[in-house]
Design a binder for this molecule. Structure first.
Ligand code: GLA
Length: 507
């Protein structure tokens, strides 16, 4: 075949491939070159514990950081923006102003440090390995994820936890006889994790935080060593290793619970909750028992800062709509129970390259969700004040996925200091509307088209419980749409969303 013919055929094949590639419009404006500080405006920590916080900030590097009102027990590295030291021993509110400057300008942002007993005053944000690595997770992959959290820019928007899920421990196996614990009863990591303290130091060195996982049962869900009858030793070990987040996954505790009573359902969580609260570090406690026994009613009292409200999102069947919708609809119902330090957790953000929870060995693949569905997913999670934990492959972050994960105004919505989860304004087979009161008196609204056709959807001020003229802002495009009175209507793409912020228009 002649070279020109071959080239023509290659070009034709590429054109067909492009035509089949669904359009994925990027809506999030690129971050400006001048600095902009992101992340929570309010932050809870317990007195006298180690403190670590990397100021999330976009803008061209190098950046120079400073802070006014910083308690003397904390120090700020002006080059990296990492705050560290010891949380003040005196409970109370410390009003700090964070500042950043670069060659293009400067920025500041209020940061209220609340020293007391409540952690996670805004929903935790970060990454968890489960849906990309399953039993293949290693120290090296976790370090690479921490690197990518910084190099991708995600950490500049507030993603900070690097969380290990199941499969870091030994899998009890008579064939190998490898002991899952030391002779003293301490839990042993498997060969993929040669030095847990070195791993958390590596993560902390970037100003990020580290998370770990165990089960109250004898075995985890993937049948690795669990914490049953070693709870206190394991909690101590996790703290000694330097972990900042613990996911406690029910799994084989079914075999231990005496019956299906509420008391038995709560018992292991209350026990671990007490242990975690009394550690010498701040450890965010994440309950995972798939939303049983109305956990949203008691998860906070059991010591949890967040609790899964449903089964695994990655195993949820796609019915009329992709699985994240049914998970989101269930989670949305429990809005009254969420608040600062107490969050409903509808599971991870599964976009970009993700593995298949039913075939754990399969390589990660680009999500089949359309662009509109991905905007809907992230919008719903932000409106529901959900933990924003990405669980896709950090080595394959493409610009579209990053645009969904890293829109500062969408993240501000999730992290709003008032901590109110959106209420359900309308739920029909074709339309879903959520509205969330924000600290500055504005209202965030998500209008979701559940239909397969474009659909004009209207929300009236009576539905939304607002009055008078409202300035309408499109949060994805970060653009004012103008003033509206009485109602807002928009034609929304199939499975798409309008994510808005309504603020009373000045007279
Ligand atoms: C359960 C949890 C998941 C994940 C796996 C690990 O299914 O719900 O989030 O942690 O266990 O085995």
């Amino acid at each position: 075949m002649r070279l020109s013919l071959i080239l023509t055929l290659i070009a034709a094949a590429a054109a067909v491939a492009n035509a089949q590639e669904p359009a994925r419009p990027i809506l999030t404006p690129k971050p400006a070159p001048a600095p902009a500080i992101h992340g929570p405006k309010v932050y809870g920590a317990r007195p006298g514990r180690p403190f670590l916080y990397r100021i999330p900030c976009t803008g061209v590097r190098p950046l120079r950081f400073s802070a006014a009102g910083l308690p003397p027990s904390l120090r700020l590295d002006p080059a990296t923006g990492i705050l560290s030291g010891e949380t003040p021993r005196q409970a109370g509110e410390y009003l700090v102003t964070l500042r950043a400057s670069n060659a293009r300008g400067q920025a500041s942002r209020a940061f209220k440090l609340v020293v007391g007993d409540t952690l996670a005053l805004t929903p935790p944000m970060g990454w968890n390995d489960w849906y990309s690595f399953y039993h293949r997770i290693t120290d090296k992959l976790v370090r690479a994820a921490a690197d990518a959290l910084v190099s991708s820019g995600m950490a500049d928007f507030g993603y900070q936890y690097v969380n290990i899920d199941d499969c870091w421990m030994v899998k009890p196996d008579p064939a190998t006889g490898e002991p899952p614990r030391t002779p003293q009863g301490n839990i042993r990591p498997n060969a993929n994790f040669p030095d847990m303290s070195a791993l958390t130091s590596y993560i902390h060195g970037k100003g990020l935080k580290a998370g770990i996982y165990t089960s109250p049962g004898p075995l985890t869900c993937a049948r690795y060593e669990g914490s049953y009858q070693h709870e206190a030793a394991d909690a101590r070990q996790f703290s000694a290793w330097g972990f900042d987040f613990l996911k406690y996954d029910w799994c084989s505790y079914d075999k231990i619970a005496r019956d299906k009573s509420l008391e038995e359902a709560q018992k292991p969580y209350r026990q671990m909750g007490d242990l975690v609260r009394n550690l010498d570090r701040d450890v965010v406690f994440n309950l995972c028992q798939y939303g049983r026994n109305d956990v949203w009613k008691w998860g906070g009292d059991a010591g949890g800062q967040c609790w899964r409200t449903t089964g695994d999102l990655g195993l949820e069947k796609d019915a009329e709509l992709p699985g994240f919708y049914s998970i989101g609809f269930k989670n949305a119902e429990h809005f009254e129970f969420a608040g600062p330090g107490r969050w409903n957790d509808p599971d991870y953000i599964l976009i970009g390259y993700v593995g298949d929870a039913r075939r754990n060995d399969a390589p990660s693949q680009l999500t089949k969700l359309t662009a509109s569905e991905q905007y809907s997913y992230m919008s719903m999670w932000a409106l529901m004040a959900s933990p924003l934990i990405y669980s896709g492959d950090m080595a394959h972050l493409d610009p579209f996925t990053l645009n969904v994960l890293c829109n500062a105004e969408v993240i501000d919505l999730d992290q709003d200091p008032l901590g109110k989860q959106a209420r359900i304004v309308r739920k029909t087979p074709d339309e879903f509307i959520l509205a969330r009161q924000l600290e500055d008196g504005s209202l965030a609204v998500g209008i979701f088209n559940l239909a397969k056709q474009p659909r004009k959807i209207e929300a009236s001020w009576a539905d939304l419980q607002v009055e008078g003229a409202q300035q309408v802002r499109d949060l994805w495009r970060q653009k004012q749409l103008g003033a509206a009175s009485g109602r807002y209507a928009e034609t929304i793409a199939p499975h798409g969303v309008a994510l808005l912020r309504l603020s009373p228009a000045r007279k």
